[in-house]
Design a protein around this ligand. Structure first.
Ligand code: DQA
Length: 163
C-alpha cells in the first residue's frame, strides 16, 4: 500500500422523500426557511466532523427510495456505510413498502421529521417506519439532521464494539 493511499470514509446516507425538495418555500411556518441544499450542507459538515462522508439524496418516488434503502443495506453489510437518516415525508404514513425495505435490507435507520408530527393532524401520528427504526428524531426543525447523524454514529460505533 502506498503511503498516500487511505481507505474512504464510511458513508452516512441521508434520504429525503417527497416534497422535501421544496424546503425553504414549502409551509415555512412548519418547516422553516432553510432549503434542502442548506440541510445537505449541514449534514456534510456534521458527517465530516465525525470522520464520515454524507451521501445526500432526495426523491419524490417511493420505488426510488426503496431501491436506495436496499442499496444502503448492502453497503452497510459490506462495512462501507453506517446506516441512514430517513425523512420519508408523507410516505412515512402510507408506505408498507418502505417499512419492508428497511427491515428486509437490515438497514440501521434513524427516522426523522422536521416538524413534531404528533402535534399535527391525526393522519401524521402513525408511522409505518417507526417499528423498523433504530431511533427517531422528531420536531427539532432542520437541526434534527445533525442530531440524527450523531445518534446514528453512536449506535453504529456501539454495534461495532459489540454493544
Ligand atoms: C415530515 C412530516 C410529514 O408528515 C410530512 O408529510 C412531510 C415532512 C417532516 O419532516 O416533518 O413531508 O416528514
Amino acid at each position: 500500500m502506498s503511503l498516500t493511499s487511505s481507505s474512504p470514509s464510511p458513508v452516512v446516507l441521508v434520504l429525503n422523500g417527497p416534497n422535501l425538495n421544496l424546503l425553504g418555500t414549502r409551509e415555512p411556518e412548519v418547516y422553516g426557511a432553510h432549503t434542502l441544499a442548506d440541510v445537505e450542507n449541514m449534514c456534510r459538515e456534521t458527517a465530516a466532523e465525525l470522520g464520515l462522508s454524507a451521501d445526500c439524496r432526495q426523491s419524490n418516488h417511493e420505488g426510488e427510495l426503496v431501491d436506495w434503502v436496499q442499496w444502503a443495506g448492502r453497503e452497510q453489510a459490506a462495512g462501507r456505510l453506517i446506516g441512514a437518516v430517513l425523512n420519508a415525508g408523507a410516505y412515512t404514513h402510507t408506505s408498507v413498502a418502505l417499512h419492508d425495505a428497511v427491515k428486509g435490507a437490515g438497514l440501521r435507520m434513524i427516522e426523522l421529521h422536521i416538524s413534531n408530527v404528533h402535534a399535527r393532524e391525526a393522519f401524521r401520528h402513525h408511522s409505518y417506519l417507526s417499528p423498523a427504526a433504530a431511533g427517531i428524531v422528531v420536531g427539532f426543525g432542520v437541526e434534527g439532521y445533525p442530531l440524527a447523524i450523531q445518534g446514528l454514529h453512536r449506535l453504529a460505533t456501539a454495534a461495532a464494539h459489540g454493544a
